[in-house]
Design a binder for this molecule. Structure first.
Ligand code: AKB
Length: 318
């Protein structure tokens, strides 16, 4: 039987890019997109779903004979700080609904991502290890530490094959991120392509772990398709793409469009960024399922420009 995949949070930054990728692998009719908001341009099968409601989730699973779920909905680091209890409730209720549904409906596999936000000041700043101390500074990070442990619990207690990656900041052209601390690395390209000045909310020398969307999607599928015996981490795998600072990215973009200007006005997100690592040791992912990123800073910047220029030309067509 072919797998039928439900993507929760399909309108978000990763969901928007992942769905066409999954459709290529599993076939269009076998990927069901779902989100709490209706999609703008999506023409495939879509379910309006509030994943905090376990009954609604169960109904969608039954209706489409779902065998796998990619649960991508979450309140991210910066947005979560405005209302920590609300962010905790959404992040935990959705993750627990998905884990419980996997058990009830005997799903084959689950993907529930984590984030570099699980790390905090005590985790170590450079080449942060898989088993570093997890004392995060944001409610998003706290909810992801808890979710990682629930994933491990469901695997060991109930045999649910749930897999996870600690995503760094994702840089993508398909849609805008929302509510993260790493969002500047996407916003900056939109300003540059429109010939506008960018005001960065982080200091110029703030190094953060990032990953280009093509690498993030490849890592996700590689993890999900790896044989079960290769998966040695049942909380969440450290994952690295590249690391850069706002100034490094600015200089790189200036090589493509020399008139681009940027200024700095750090805000509350600086403290979040300062609590995170500057780089990640992902050697366990490299050993277990042969992970290897392909995009460095200049390749990523050129690819972002290429795609955003295409979107812009398309949008301005009569
Ligand atoms: C955020 O900035 O909150 C996210 C993340 C690193 O998980 N992009």
């Amino acid at each position: 039987m072919k797998d039928k995949i439900l993507v929760i949070g399909a309108n978000g930054q990763i969901g928007t890019a992942l769905i066409p990728f999954l459709e290529e692998i599993y076939g269009e009719g076998n990927v069901i997109a779902s989100d709490i908001n209706n999609p703008v341009n999506y023409t495939g099968v879509f379910e309006h779903l509030d994943a905090t409601k376990a009954d609604n989730l169960s109904a969608v699973i039954k209706k489409h004979d779902i065998t796998q779920i990619y649960h991508l909905a979450a309140i991210l680091s910066a947005r979560g700080e405005a209302d920590p209890v609300w962010a905790w409730n959404i992040n935990m209720q959705t993750s627990l609904s998905v884990l419980q549904a996997a058990r009830e409906h005997k799903l084959n596999k689950l993907f529930i991502p984590s984030s570099i936000a699980v790390f905090g000041p005590s985790s170590g700043k450079e080449m942060t290890q898989q088993n570093a101390c997890l004392e995060p500074s944001t409610v998003y990070g706290v909810s992801k530490v808890a979710t990682e442990n629930w994933c491990s619990y469901y695997y060991h207690k109930y045999g649910i094959d749930v897999r996870s990656l600690r995503y760094p900041g994702v840089v993508s052209h398909q849609s805008m991120p929302g509510g993260g601390t790493t969002d500047y690395a996407v916003d900056i390209f939109h300003k540059a392509i429109n010939g506008e000045k960018y005001t960065c909310y982080l200091k110029p020398d703030t190094a953060l772990p990032m990953i280009y969307i093509d690498d993030a999607l490849r890592a996700t599928i590689k993890l999900m398709e790896a044989p079960k015996k290769k998966i040695t981490v049942r909380t969440s795998y450290n994952l690295a793409g590249l690391s850069f600072t706002p100034d490094g990215l600015y200089q790189n973009i200036k090589n493509i469009t020399s008139s681009f200007e940027m200024e700095y006005q750090p805000d509350f997100r600086q403290a979040i960024a300062d609590s995170w690592p500057g780089s990640i040791d992902d050697s366990i992912a490299r050993n277990d399922w042969e992970w290897q990123p392909e995009f460095d800073l200049s390749r990523m910047s050129r690819d972002m420009f290429f795609h955003l220029a295409k979107h812009k030309a398309f949008a301005s067509q009569p």
